[in-house]
Design a protein around this ligand. Structure first.
Ligand code: F0G
Length: 467
């Protein structure tokens, strides 16, 4: 890949180091292990130079200058500048050579207003940043461009992940772009066809294990110990650095005026940690003057963080056996829970859980605003409704939902929803029938004549709920 203009390499890179979140030991950058060699906890990327004004000036990190530089790059044809991640490279770990960056022009995702969802939730200003509009259809691409590039820099031939589907799709794509091989471990029968087909299309060696996501993670940890493969799950600190840029891009789009609330779905808790880290760093760098509250929403059946906060005050992880139709977040033992607790506390955000029927309804409501997303993303709107009812989010406050995955990732869920079979035979059947039916639009089979279609059209007009 030779499409990175040389001009990028002239930039003063931000000096970064890997640091343990528990014992603060400094890790070896470029090492294979993504955990602390001293205590085994997770590492994060730290920027010691930011601690002093002189250090910040040396790195070219004055807020006004950065804002202008990042904006200017939007007109550039340089591949790094075209990436919605690397455009912000001053606040990312620097590669030894910028030509090592693997980019599919990730990021650059839209912020939409959601007027009818706002009415449903009871807030006046509701927006969605749609990370499902990334190259492989999920937010994972923003992290993967960073971590896969570091894998390439480290000379790894193989990269690997355990996944509920989106990470594997993304990793397989980025590995393929750089000629690396990829190994995917997924729970058999628990990821959507759309995601599985992406991994296959991009050439991953794909293993469906007879276990759940947490089981895949355990097996992969052992494989990584034994074989020369580089781990690209979100325990990889470079993933979170890339994912930070969703928040930076959002704030730039809002002219650096922070919203009152940002709401994200929680699975393995990498994304909430990344967005929280970005908010704290933007505040530290003077890019924003106040912190939005970052709230995390989980499915009731995969509510490890909710229980951890409620039952231990965030001190000790409570793992659960995960069950939810929002398969992307069907995770019982979230790896980045400590990082997520830290950002929840630092921003004053809430943690909440939502039921399966609430998720299905919220997904249809987002769809009806012409946006669409996958079920895991819809927990954000379902959670917002609860936070408004509890008074945590006020009617006149501005709220941004982070939608993490594209509607087309899980068409099966949408089809079952509209046909009315999503909850057939489950304990939620009765509740679903009454709550969801006004939103259901099942496709109709008709004789091939205009009369039949006209009749349907007339009926739809007479019964239009918006009239
Ligand atoms: N939304 C979607 C669409 C996801 O795919 C995921 C995670 C999440 C939300 C939760 O993000 O884990 O950072 O808290 N998917 C991972 C995967 C686990 O393997 O694709 P998180």
């Amino acid at each position: 890949m030779t499409d990175h203009a040389a001009s990028a390499s002239k930039l003063e890179p931000g000096v970064s180091q890997l640091r343990c979140i528990a014992c603060a030991a400094v890790g070896e950058s470029g090492a294979k292990s993504v955990r602390c060699a001293q205590c085994g906890d997770l590492l994060e990327v730290a920027y010691p130079g930011w601690k002093t004004a002189a250090g910040m000036r040396a790195g070219g990190l004055h807020a006004a200058g950065l804002k202008q530089l990042w904006l200017q790059r939007r007109t550039s044809r340089n591949a790094l500048d075209e990436s919605g991640v690397w455009r912000f490279r001053e606040i990312l770990p620097a590669l030894n050579d910028w030509n090592l960056a693997i980019t599919l022009r990730e990021g650059n995702t839209p912020v939409y207003e959601l007027p009818s969802c706002g009415r449903v939730a009871g807030v006046e200003r509701l927006f969605a940043k749609h990370q499902g509009m990334n190259p492989t259809g999920s937010f994972k691409d923003t992290g993967m461009t960073a971590a896969a590039s570091f894998a390439r820099q480290g000379g790894f031939r193989w990269v690997a992940c355990a996944s509920t589907g989106n990470t594997s799709a993304s990793m397989a794509a980025y590995a393929a772009r750089a000629g690396m091989r990829s190994l995917v471990l997924i729970p058999q029968g628990q990821i959507t066809w759309g995601k599985l087909s992406q991994a296959l299309d991009y050439g991953a060696v794909t293993c469906q294990l007879k276990t759940d996501f947490d089981g895949c993670m355990r097996v992969l940890d052992e494989v990584v110990e034994r074989m020369p493969v580089y781990l690209l799950n979100s325990v990889n600190p470079y993933r979170l650095e890339g994912q930070k840029t969703a928040a930076v891009e959002l704030l730039e789009r809002l002219d650096w005026q922070p919203p009152d609330h940002i709401i994200v779905p929680g699975g393995n808790l990498g994304n909430s940690s990344a967005i929280g880290k970005a908010l704290l760093e933007m505040k530290e760098l003077g890019l924003i003057s106040s912190l939005p509250k970052l709230s995390v929403i989980q499915a009731e059946g995969a509510n490890a963080l909710v229980r951890t906060m409620r039952e231990t005050g965030g001190k000790k992880l409570i793992s659960v056996h995960a069950e939810t139709m929002a398969t992307a977040i069907k995770i019982g033992s979230p790896a980045s829970w400590k990082k997520a607790v830290r950002v929840l506390e630092a921003t004053g955000g809430a943690v909440e859980q939502v039921s399966e029927v609430e998720i299905a309804l919220a997904k249809a409501e987002i769809g009806a605003d012409g946006i669409g997303c996958e079920p895991a993303s819809a927990v954000t709107l379902a959670g917002l409704k609860k936070l408004v009812r509890q008074g945590f989010v006020k009617k006149n406050e501005s709220v941004v939902l982070i939608l993490t995955g594209n509607l087309l990732k899980d068409p099966d869920f949408t089809l079952k929803f509209h046909r009315g079979d999503l909850f057939a035979g489950t304990e939620h059947e009765e509740e679903a029938a009454s709550v969801l039916s006004p939103r259901q639009r099942a496709p109709m089979v008709l004789d091939a004549n205009a009369n039949a279609v006209v009749k349907v059209l007339e009926y739809a007009e007479q019964t239009d709920p918006r009239k």
